[in-house]
Design a protein around this ligand. Structure first.
Ligand code: FNR
Length: 365
């Protein structure tokens, strides 16, 4: 039986979820394991002094982590969006849909995305779209979800490995600039698990982007997902392509002045496994931390109630670790000394980024 283009697209969305769930079962070395905090024996604080709220995309969020863009566009994936939306509604986590591109072409798919808003009418919801889309499509994406913000994803390696992927990236920068200037809601530009270089971050800032999610390597891997689906060209050698999330945050540090001068908010995602990774990403400079694969597996394995409980536990764990570090809020966490080692340290040194700064920054504060 041959599938028409719409059926093929739905099949692709289902494949993404199933292959991402498979990847969650793997154990891999994490760049976050190359980061340690310096321990001190006093804390001089009490638990109720710890404040984890954070501001990004022009909104104050009570939780320093969020459910990052994943899915929608088929019956199967609608169930995931419903569950993820319920988790967001019950916990106050911000949440994003996957790319709504398919629904802009085929309105019969609208409900597979809109369910996330229906079950979460008052939450912070982000629509998601690729950078090849026009400003007009971006407005339609926001309307579809009554979205509070729009995520624009950058996914060149994924498109390259995908047999049906885009082969023309020449209009991305101008599309992004038009959206930032005219959309009317905050725009977050994100990677999809390949991380960012300081050059990419500089370019995004020059386009006026104020919210950047570096989304690095270490978790869901779209080169491998698309390569598993691609039976003509073999891209298995690109399985380790891209910067890890920690490397991307270190890259961002190299343009810290520019980030501060332009009041840019950094977000981090990619390979976040546990609250300790969130703590490290926040300390490396992120204002909030996104998780995709981990939440997908969680609603799949332990359902909505189990995931809600996990979120509450994670928040408490974060607060407790901040108490141990004597960090009363996220800004203060960003002045704690961090020791980088292994591949992460090699990366920083070869890119001439000052790793010593992280190890001694509390003194200058
Ligand atoms: C994604 N991701 C993604 N990102 C995006 O901007 N638009 C999209 O449509 C999708 N689709 C998608 C589907 C599935 C099933 C997964 C698991 C992920 C990428 C995601 O937002 C994130 O950048 C990466 O997954 C890395 O984070 P994790 O999964 O390692 O936490």
């Amino acid at each position: 039986m041959t599938l028409d283009p719409s059926q093929l697209n739905q099949q692709r969305k289902d494949d993404h979820v199933n292959l991402a769930l498979e990847q969650q079962k793997e154990k891999q070395h994490s760049s976050f394991d190359d980061i340690r905090f310096v321990h001190h024996s006093f804390s001089k604080m009490a638990f109720d002094q710890v404040d984890v709220q954070t501001v990004w995309a022009q909104h104050t969020h009570q939780m320093p982590f969020y459910i990052n863009g994943m899915t929608g566009g088929s019956k199967f994936t609608k169930q995931f969006n419903e569950k993820l939306g319920q988790v967001a509604a019950q916990t106050g986590l911000a949440i994003a849909t996957g790319s709504v591109s398919a629904a802009l072409k085929d309105p019969s798919l609208n409900d597979s995305f809109q369910i996330m808003r229906e079950v979460n009418p008052n939450g912070f919801v982000m629509a998601n779209l690729g950078a090849h889309h026009s400003l007009e499509n971006a407005k339609r994406a926001v309307d579809l979800l009554k979205a509070d913000a729009l995520q624009i994803h950058l996914n060149v390696p994924q498109e390259i490995v995908m047999p049906e992927g885009d082969r023309d990236f020449s209009n991305w920068a101008e599309n992004i600039q038009a959206m930032v200037e005219n959309l009317g809601v905050p725009v977050i530009v994100k990677e999809v698990g390949f991380g960012m270089s300081r050059e990419t971050i500089e370019l995004l800032i020059s386009l006026g982007v104020a919210n950047i999610d570096v989304s690095g390597r270490g978790g869901t891997n779209f080169v491998r997902i698309e390569d598993d689906r691609n039976n003509r060209l073999d891209f298995s050698a690109l399985g380790e392509w891209g910067q890890t999330t920690a490397e991307s945050l270190v890259e961002a540090h190299a343009v810290q002045d520019l980030i501060e001068r332009n009041q840019v908010t950094l977000l981090a995602s990619g390979g976040i496994r546990q609250p300790f990774d969130i703590l490290k990403a926040l300390s490396l400079g992120a204002s909030a931390v996104g998780l995709s694969g981990r939440f997908l597996a969680s609603v799949n394995d332990i359902g909505v109630d189990g995931t809600v409980e996990m979120v509450h536990n994670w928040r408490e764990s974060l607060q407790l670790m901040m108490l141990m570090l004597e960090a009363k809020n996220i800004q203060s966490l960003q002045h704690k000394d961090l020791i980088l080692s292994g591949n992460l340290l090699d990366w920083a040194q070869l890119r001439q980024i000052d790793a010593d700064h992280f190890a001694n920054r509390s003194q200058s504060h």
